[in-house]
Design a protein around this ligand. Structure first.
Ligand code: ZN
Ligand code: ZN
Length: 184
């Protein structure tokens, strides 16, 4: 059960990757509305230099989750790291996010959710929708949900922004039935 969500900005100590506070505030507001839960941005940022691979120029998300897990939180709260850094796990080229299955920590990256990444003009509203869907997806994992075969469901696996865009910002009936009552 997600009773509250704590958003933690993630960046390198140089400041690279730090998400704009306005974006975090909008994400917190949208997540609060969808989850009926309290969602707050919790500065200061967490420096993730320890997980940054200087050759790949990417940040390994799994050790970041461990670090986020160590932060104090209230019962039923999930700590969500949000960053503009590009994330990866060793077996994959990149990930949009990662979460602990039935754990209290998750992370999402805006890096490849931006149209600018694909050489197109930026669209902040579209970015926010994608970030929100990725947040819901990772929160679903923290609640024990696995990937869903319904491509409209936010728990379907997506490795492109096009697939994220055709997802709805919500859980299908089958996934929703597996969630704690207050969630989603
Ligand atoms: Zn997933
Ligand atoms: Zn589903």
């Amino acid at each position: 059960m997600v009773e509250s969500l704590q958003l933690v900005p993630l960046a390198l100590s140089s400041g690279e990757g730090l998400p704009a506070l306005g974006l975090l505030d909008r994400l917190a507001a949208e997540a609060a509305r969808l989850l009926h839960a309290s969602c707050r941005v919790e500065p200061p940022q967490l420096s993730v230099d320890f997980a940054f691979d200087t050759l790949r120029r990417q940040t390994w998300s799994t050790p970041v989750l461990s670090r986020l897990q160590q932060r104090p939180r209230r019962d039923g709260a999930v700590t969500l790291g949000v960053t503009e850094l590009d994330l990866y796990v060793p077996v994959l080229t990149f990930v949009f996010g990662e979460a602990q299955l039935r754990g209290p920590a998750a992370v999402v990256s805006a890096h490849r959710l931006r149209d600018e990444y694909y050489g197109m003009p930026g669209d902040e509203d579209l970015l926010l929708q994608r970030l929100l869907k990725e947040t819901l997806h990772e929160l679903g994992h923290t609640q024990g949900l696995r990937h869903c075969t319904d491509w409209r469901c936010v728990m379907s696996s997506a490795h492109t922004v096009e697939r994220i865009d055709i997802r709805q910002a919500g859980f299908c009936a089958a996934c929703a039935a597996l969630l704690p009552a207050r969630f989603g």
